[in-house]
Ligand binder design. Sequence first.
Ligand SMILES: NC(=O)c1ccc[n+]([C@@H]2O[C@H](COP(=O)([O-])OP(=O)(O)OC[C@H]3O[C@@H](n4cnc5c(N)ncnc54)[C@H](OP(=O)(O)O)[C@@H]3O)[C@@H](O)[C@H]2O)c1
Length: 204
Amino acid sequence: MTVTADMAISLDGFIAGTGVTVDNPGGHGAEPLFEWIHNLASWRERQGLTGGAENRDSELMREWFDATGAVVMGRMMYDTGEEFWGDNPPFRAPVFVLTHHPRPTLVKQGGTTFTFVTDGIHSALHRAKAAAGQRNVDIAGGASTVQQYLGEGLIDELQLHVVPALLGAGLRLFEGPGTGPQRVEQVRVVETPLATHLKYRFVK
Ligand SMILES: NC(=O)c1ccc[n+]([C@@H]2O[C@H](COP(=O)([O-])OP(=O)(O)OC[C@H]3O[C@@H](n4cnc5c(N)ncnc54)[C@H](OP(=O)(O)O)[C@@H]3O)[C@@H](O)[C@H]2O)c1
């Protein structure tokens, strides 16, 4: 069982723009972070669509889907993604949403459930590990959530999809108590015209 985090990030270190709201899920200027994903065959497949590009980026996305048995995310990521993901969200796995405000569990089509966890990051990870079987738990975002797991040393592997764009402002990934100093080993680098995919393992 590996605990992963997989984030699209700008060259200047932002994982979302400024002014994130439900109506502006990625924040201002964040289009380059996500637009490379939308035409990938593996992503389209998970949206119930056909076609799209069968390229290395698509393979990496499929690798993530195949490897991930449960997901942890913050309530902000959930709220900003919910409408876009629709009735058959792409996760097809149990999702544990961190929040301070209890909500009933939501059962969606295709195997995705959203369970709202109010007793902290360790509890959410524990529940996700129990649900993931032999597969990985992915800490999916957003910034605040990944920072807390990084700060506690609970992430084994971090994959960054570095998009060739500068955002100038927004939500930074590497910020906050405990995100550094930490040592990492480079596991893999995949370079495509769309993004540079960097995978690291934390040295414990
Ligand atoms: N670039 C990427 O790959 C990527 C990936 C995912 C998300 N994102 C972006 O990230 C942004 C959201 O990130 P964010 O940092 O604002 O928020 P977030 O981490 O998604 O969610 C923060 C919320 O989660 C809950 N939470 C976090 N830690 C908690 C804890 N220890 N205990 C209880 N509840 C906790 C709180 O919800 P309550 O207020 O309900 O208590 C908090 O307000 C969005 O713009 C999204 O598009 C980007």
